[in-house]
Design a protein around this ligand. Structure first.
Ligand SMILES: [Zn+2]
Length: 222
């Protein structure tokens, strides 16, 4: 059931700037290797979407699914929209927020994505159903207590920081809070991952899609 998007990544975020702040170094690292990374953003307006486009050109992202919606308008109603993005992009993996993030919009986004990944996999509902292999949950405001994986972003950190700075309407807030946070967090994760800078993720396996797919079956356990 793999589609045209095999080997590609879809990043689903709540707000313009989350892509750079949470996963910018990882996105850049993958696009530099020729791996396609698409972004679906749940909220935005003309100013913030223009900033997001500039950030994405630095990160090497070509396909952007933008929205014109207030920051706080993230509700379950958006599930179908995310299902649509998954069926169109057909990604092998999805990167999104961490469900215990401090920001409630981020929590809601993570839950919507998890549900959308499940719906998109239902062969009994969609003729073009698509099974996402796994979800990576990223950090923004809150550190994941037990990350499953760190990505070494030493070489792509500067590009990610440049992308973050394209969000001019946000970057000065809180005394350059976001820039300081990204600097401190990627440095801390780098210490843990034995490199200069890293981004950390937890992994959510969409095991609920299991009954429908051969890929979730094995012949032996080892
Ligand atoms: Zn956000």
């Amino acid at each position: 059931m793999s589609g045209s998007g095999e080997g590609t990544i879809l990043v689903v975020v709540a707000h313009p700037d989350d892509e750079s702040l949470g996963v910018g170094g990882t996105i850049k690292k993958h696009t530099e290797q020729g791996i396609q990374v698409d972004i679906h953003c749940m909220t935005g307006n003309s100013e913030r979407n223009a900033e997001l486009k500039q950030a994405c050109s630095i990160l090497g992202v070509e396909n952007l699914y933008l929205s014109e919606r207030d920051d706080f308008a993230i509700t379950k109603d958006l599930t179908n929209e995310v299902v649509g993005a998954i069926l169109k992009a057909r990604p092998q993996i999805v990167i999104t927020h961490f469900s215990d993030d401090y920001n409630r919009n981020h929590q809601q986004c993570a839950r919507i994505v998890e549900e959308a990944v499940e719906w998109a996999s239902h062969t009994t509902i969609f003729e073009n159903a698509h099974r996402v292999e796994r979800i990576y949950n990223m950090e923004i405001n809150t550190l994941i207590s037990r990350p499953n994986v760190h990505v070494d972003i030493t070489d792509s950190y500067q590009a990610a920081l440049a992308a973050l700075k394209k969000h001019k309407s946000q970057i000065k807030k809180g005394g350059f809070f976001y820039e300081k946070l990204y600097d401190a967090r990627t440095h801390l994760r780098g210490v843990q991952a034995k490199c200069e800078r890293a981004e950390a993720f937890s992994i959510t396996l969409p095991e609920h899609a299991g009954p429908f797919y051969r890929e979730n079956s094995v012949d032996l356990l080892l």
